[in-house]
Ligand binder design. Sequence first.
Ligand code: AMP
Ligand code: MG
Length: 267
Amino acid sequence: MDRYRVTPGSTVNLADHDPGDRSEFKGNKSAGKKRQAELAGQLADLQRLLWAEDKHKVLIVFQAMDTAGKDGTIRKLLARTNPQGVKVANFKKPTPKELSHDYLWRVHPHAPATGEIGVFNRSHYEDVLVVRVLDLVPEQRWSRRYEHIADFEQLLADEGTTIIKFYLHIDLDTQKERLQARLDDPEKRWKFNVGDLDHRGLWPEYMAAYEAAISKTSTEDAPWYVIPSNRKWYRNLMVTQIVVDTLRGLDMEWPEPEEGLDDVVID
Ligand code: AMP
Ligand code: MG
């Protein structure tokens, strides 16, 4: 799955990343869905071990344009996990109180504890994405944030957090189809925000902001993955595979039981 990992220090040009790519899985859609479900089960097993070992913390960050599938991916990824050990944080437009603090203030409390998987649905990256594109703070301020963010993530990593960051990559046509589907389906209409169309109109500016953020903050300890996301099943499969592979790489072990348990008799 290294194919989608952004090598630290490299410069990402999203035009070179095909959002319709499906080269890492040979089967068709139904085989892909079946495989994803198996992997989601493996993730549940790994999560039990993570929780029992109580040593590592795992943080998974999702960023994407509207309709790329942050919500759907999180649902499929975590479908089999134990909700007690998973904390999903959603980062919306900051409240006045949040805005009166520094931009990492609202984020840090959601970083996972040992044994937990923390998932960020949007994140501190909004502060160099939407904030940059809409000019919400002067460039002199947002331009220094890449360094803060890299340092913040290094702090989390140094203190035992395994970090994986996903950018779900779709193209404009796919977004158009999905927005249209939201308009047409009475059960999806609630998700439609006319305001989202403003972001769509700024697509090139957003791509440039994503390229800068991903290029400047993909590190050994907090790598970015650019996931082709025009096909939902392929996106879910790749994300789940990468999370499973990463957790496997932690070489976790079940904790040593107490001494003398062989002699215990329960009356
Ligand atoms: P949604 O994820 O569709 O519920 O939308 C959340 C909205 O909040 C998006 O339009 C984000 O761009 C916006 N948002 C999230 N974080 C920030 C931030 N730090 N500053 C400004 N807008 C933000
Ligand atoms: Mg939205």
